[in-house]
Ligand binder design. Sequence first.
Ligand SMILES: [Fe+2]
Length: 155
Amino acid sequence: MHDVKWTRDLSIGVVGIDRQHKELISTVNRLRHMLNENELSGRDMVIKTVPFLCKYIEEHFKLEESLFTTTDYPHKTDHIEQHRAFLNETMEIVGMNRYDKACCEELLAFLLNWLVQHVSTMDRLCKPYFVKAHRRLSPLKRLAQWLGFLFIAGE
Ligand SMILES: [Fe+2]
């Protein structure tokens, strides 16, 4: 499996969230390299790294979900359900305690595929609502949001 790169096609119009998506994708790419180069054992990856990564992803989901309410995004329930299902599925795989290379590679491929698939479909559905909400802000709030790396119009 080749590295996956974040491209503008994956942008959802919110700088802070785009930046986290880039980070998540590059982190999983990096973990795959570390595993292949034996810089990280399968055991450490399953017991420590992936649960830690899931905590970060959980925080990331909370940020996304906080914007659903403020932007009248209509697919909120389904979207939140996808987030929960992903975390549950990942922790179920982690709970199997399978550390061999093939299983670890499978776990990382699952994370990477899910992230790219989710960002390019479900998260992209948010974009028009996020961009519209940004346009409704006063110039001062737009500046404040931009400085806080939150909203910025995508186009
Ligand atoms: Fe999402």
